[in-house]
Design a protein around this ligand. Structure first.
Ligand code: AMP
Ligand code: MG
Length: 321
């Protein structure tokens, strides 16, 4: 049971992981917290596969893993708070939430449609070895099916996902129990969104800034679905549309789209739900323009990752204040 930590892997295995990522495949990798289910963070369809393999019924934003702070700065708007925290705690169990930069190449699905990215440099030597070779961002949530316990050995991952993914890199047992602390660095003061091994006091000490305490003892931290930055279209959204009204924009799905408007986009002309998930947020944004009266959305099958697509659409369609 007590497996030792493994400190490096063969170059051939690194090459194999890189080539699978390039082919939009998923590779499970060890980190110092738990095993991650990794995909090329810039590839929407690969990221959609993460949600699909995990059977996640919702699009929660994912943490992007990179080898260095320099690489992180290619994707986000860097600032002094991020600089001091990264300097002090990277590589390590600290995730920084920062604004997506202009021309950010990370898939919008990683941000679950929001305008921020959660990013970190993990401390596990094998994760670093792989990320250095990759030289970009790998999106990776824990490598378990939704609702199951996070895996801390390669065997756990094999039991849960062995049939579903082509490669699991064995790094031995993870140093269990250290969750990455998630800190929102987008405002004037750092806000701890998820408590972890790096404490609020440590964040305050390193940045020299006060970090607001959670509202009340034991109060819920803001979950990403509640964050104001979470994208919802400005226009009213109508689901399961079988026709389109004058002036509505239209989001279609499948080989037989309804028509009748000048402005329509098809999430997947072949009826592929993975492709649809990869396109969802970018297409909603593209249709969300003041010249339209609303967005009509054709029915999306509520199976597999379709459940997460419908969850997001339902929330976007809900009446707002
Ligand atoms: P996990 O990958 O399972 O360790 O969980 C990722 C954590 O990071 C979750 O608690 C998310 O809510 C949080 N997270 C990821 N991306 C963002 C983001 N853009 N803004 C705020 N929180 C995030
Ligand atoms: Mg998890």
């Amino acid at each position: 049971m007590n497996q030792p930590k493994i400190l490096d892997v063969d170059i051939a295995l690194v090459d194999k992981a890189i080539s699978l990522w390039k082919q939009s495949e998923l590779v499970a990798i060890p980190t110092e917290t738990v095993y991650g289910l990794g995909a090329d963070a810039t590839n929407g369809e690969a990221v959609a596969c993460i949600y699909s393999v995990k059977s996640r019924p919702q699009f929660n934003p994912l943490i992007v893993h990179v080898a260095t702070a320099e690489i992180a700065r290619q994707y986000v708007v860097w600032n002094d708070i991020a600089e001091s925290l990264a300097d002090a705690f990277w590589p390590g169990p600290l995730t920084l939430v920062l604004k997506r930069c202009v021309n950010c190449t990370i898939s919008e699905l990683v941000s679950a449609g929001g305008d921020t990215i959660a990013i970190r440099v993990p401390a596990h030597p094998i994760a670093l070895q792989l990320l250095k070779a990759w030289n970009g961002g790998i999106a990776a949530p824990s490598a378990n099916r939704s609702g199951r316990i996070s895996p801390t050995t390669a065997d756990h991952v094999r039991e849960e996902l062995g049939d579903a993914i082509p490669l699991i890199i064995d790094g031995g047992a993870c140093d269990v129990g250290i969750e990455s602390t998630v800190v929102d660095c987008t405002g004037p003061e750092p806000i701890v969104l998820r408590a972890g091994a790096i404490t609020r006091a440590m964040v305050e000490q390193v940045t020299g800034l006060a970090s607001p305490a959670p509202a009340a003892p034991g109060a819920q931290l803001l979950s990403p679905g509640q964050l104001a930055s979470h994208y919802a279209p400005t226009l009213a959204l109508r689901m399961n549309a079988m026709n389109v009204k004058a002036n509505e924009a239209l989001l279609t799905f499948g080989p037989n789209p309804i028509s009748g408007t000048a402005y329509q986009l098809n999430l997947s002309a072949t009826g592929n739900l993975i492709e649809a998930a990869a396109n969802l947020f970018a297409y909603l944004r593209a249709l969300d323009r003041p010249e339209f009266s609303g967005i009509a959305v054709m029915p999306i099958p509520n199976e597999g990752i379709g459940e997460a697509i419908n969850d997001r659409l339902t929330r976007a369609a809900a009446p707002r204040d």
